[in-house]
Design a binder for this molecule. Structure first.
Ligand SMILES: Nc1ncnc2c1ncn2[C@@H]1O[C@H](COP(=O)(O)OP(=O)(O)OP(=O)(O)O)[C@@H](O)[C@H]1O
Length: 561
């Protein structure tokens, strides 16, 4: 037997023991009653009953421990795998991927599974076992009394199930209203300065009040079916008890030789409640079980989404990188094409500046080069190898992106610079800062390399964050740099430092700069001009600026600012 199957058998066995232990009590009572409460039989019955309770309790504890342990381990594994997938997706896609949403969804899905499995799930198992055993004993005692009980139970089950669906629907509505309330509160808190400065406090308060009222109303609406269901359970128990009692007594009086003994009638009455309570519980927790199952399925779906990482591809051939873009067009998701039929070659060591109006497709072009977006048509080749066949491992450190606002980890400047190169030391960081002409900037730092940058680098300005990212990039010594120039928040002194560092970094290295300032375009080897998703001009600054066309217009617009 495989380990997993053996595990199921042990779990099932423990659940049966726990369920059976509870059902022994009515049997003991029956023996005691049928022996006319003979002291010896009563003592024996009590001893058996006590033993059964002990066995049921122990089985329950063992089952609890076992399930807690196994479920905990399995869910932790799923959480790890799921978060890894979210991280991979965030690193390898340019779509506006709601990674935070995915993480929140995974967390709540798995929490749902945990809550059910560790709480209701264990009870679900023992109650199911109890239901099966109680049914078996009732049928063994008297099918004549058991059948009406089962018919009544089936009817009660059907009604309770229908009611449960209503409850689930109303709970769903309540959950949506609560989420909306949460969203409204978050918006009001985050937008507080805007709300105050625009004098729209009253409107916000009214919106908040309405959201609170909606959430309260929909929560209240769940109560009526909930109470009805509980009442239905009680009604079912009473009806069945009366049926068994009246039926048993009437039968006893009929003088039928097969009639039940007094003890058996009493035991049947007990069994009815041992039968209906679990039924009620099962119906009530069916919704939770369904939610848990949906959560489990959604988490699995996320975990098994194929990874975009390339492990078994080709290694990027050594040396400076040449880039060939052949008839490439691109789109986001299922949206329209935002880049059309772009063809361009970038020589090894060439510094190309990409310019164009906002929305013209510059960043999309950069994302394509760094494999954060797949071309819809056409191909991109690095050193003659299609980009989608290059392994992630061979691209790491050789193709590097410097975003507009680089991400820094909550650590020191030194460690943020050295993190890309395993084994790099503070001396390496100092050397690279020196090479990039950043010693002066560095000298002004309060604690040198040990200066903490804060969460996401918030203690540094955008320009300074770019300086750290440029130093990090220079230390890794990549063959292709794709740089998105910062558009704002860079003071003149830092700007000079950035330009100086850039000049060193791009020297002899294939570089694609998304240039937001004309100075960057003017100092690049070549300028690519994009307009409405098309590459409309390509050439050196001096030649383009003198010819009438989009580039000359852009330069003129920049000068008139
Ligand atoms: N993640 C995305 N999902 C959907 N559409 C996008 C996404 N990113 C960009 N776009 C769309 O693609 C087009 C090109 O955008 P892109 O960001 O490449 O332009 P850009 O020239 O870099 O602009 P900017 O200078 O403002 O950054 C635009 O119409 C934009 O709305």
């Amino acid at each position: 037997m495989s380990g997993e199957r053996q595990g199921f058998v042990v779990t099932g066995g423990l659940a049966l023991l726990a369920g059976a232990g509870r059902v022994i009590a009515p049997l003991s009572v029956q023996h005691a009653v049928d022996a006319d409460l003979d002291p010896a039989t009563v003592v024996r019955a009590v001893a058996v009953g006590a033993g059964a309770v002990l066995v049921a309790g122990t089985a329950s504890i063992l089952l609890n421990r076992r399930l807690h342990d196994q479920i905990g381990r399995r869910l932790a594994g799923m959480r790890r795998a799921g978060l890894r997938r979210v991280h991979d997706m965030a690193a390898s896609t340019a779509d506006r991927l709601p990674s935070a949403d995915l993480t929140a969804r995974l967390t709540s899905d798995l929490d749902q599974v945990t809550t059910f499995a560790q709480g209701g799930g264990i009870q679900f198992l023992t109650n199911a076992a109890q239901l099966v055993i109680a049914t078996g004993i009732m049928l063994a005692y008297s099918w004549q009394l058991a059948v009406p009980v089962l018919v009544l139970a089936a009817a009660a089950f059907a009604v309770m199930l229908g009611m449960q669906r209503v409850i689930a629907r109303r709970y769903g509505r309540a959950r949506r209203d609560l989420a909306e309330l949460q969203g409204t509160v978050t918006e009001a808190v985050l937008g507080a300065p805007v709300i105050r400065s625009t004098g729209t406090g009253d409107r916000t308060r009214a919106k908040l009040d309405a959201a609170v009222d909606r959430a309260r109303d929909s929560l209240v609406r769940t109560l009526a079916p909930l109470h009805t269901n509980n009442a239905l359970g009680e009604l079912a128990i009473s009806t069945m008890t009366v049926t068994v009692l009246l039926g048993g007594v009437w039968w006893a009086l009929s003088g039928d030789p097969d009639r039940l003994t007094a003890g058996q009638v009493v035991a049947m009455v007990f069994l009815v409640s041992f039968f209906v309570r679990p039924l009620q519980f099962l119906v009530q927790s069916l919704g939770e079980a369904q939610n848990a199952l949906t959560g489990w399925r959604r988490a699995l779906e996320l975990i098994t989404t194929p990874s975009a990482e390339v492990h078994d591809g080709v290694t990027l051939p050594d040396g400076p990188v040449d880039v060939r873009v052949e008839h490439v067009s691109a789109r986001y998701g299922t949206g329209p094409l935002v880049l059309h039929d772009v063809t361009v070659c970038i020589r090894p060591g060439e510094h190309v500046a990409v310019v164009g109006r906002t929305g013209s497709g510059k960043s999309t072009f950069a994302k394509l080069l760094t494999r954060r977006l797949e071309p819809a048509t056409g191909a991109i080749l690095l050193n003659g190898v299609p980009l989608d066949r290059l392994t992630d491992a061979s691209l790491a450190g050789r193709v590097v992106v410097v975003p507009q606002d680089p991400f820094l980890f909550d650590d020191t400047i030194g460690r943020n610079i050295t993190l890309g190169l395993p084994g790099a030391t503070g001396d390496d960081a100092l050397r690279v800062l020196h090479d990039l002409g950043l010693r002066e900037w560095f000298a002004d730092l309060p604690r040198g390399l040990d200066t903490p940058v804060g969460l996401r680098g918030e203690r540094l300005s955008v320009g300074e964050r770019q300086l750290v990212a440029l130093a990090r990039t220079a230390l890794v010594d990549p063959d292709l740099v794709v740089l998105d120039e910062a558009t704002s928040g860079v003071d003149p002194a830092t700007d000079v430092a950035v330009q100086r560092a850039l000049a060193v970094l791009t020297r002899g290295r294939t570089t694609v700069s998304i240039a937001h300032r004309m100075i960057t375009a003017a100092t690049a080897d070549r300028v690519l001009v994009f307009a409405a998703g098309r590459l409309v001009q390509s050439g050196v600054h001096d030649a383009l600026v003198d010819a009438p066309g989009p580039y000359a217009d852009l330069v003129a617009a920049a000068m008139s600012r």
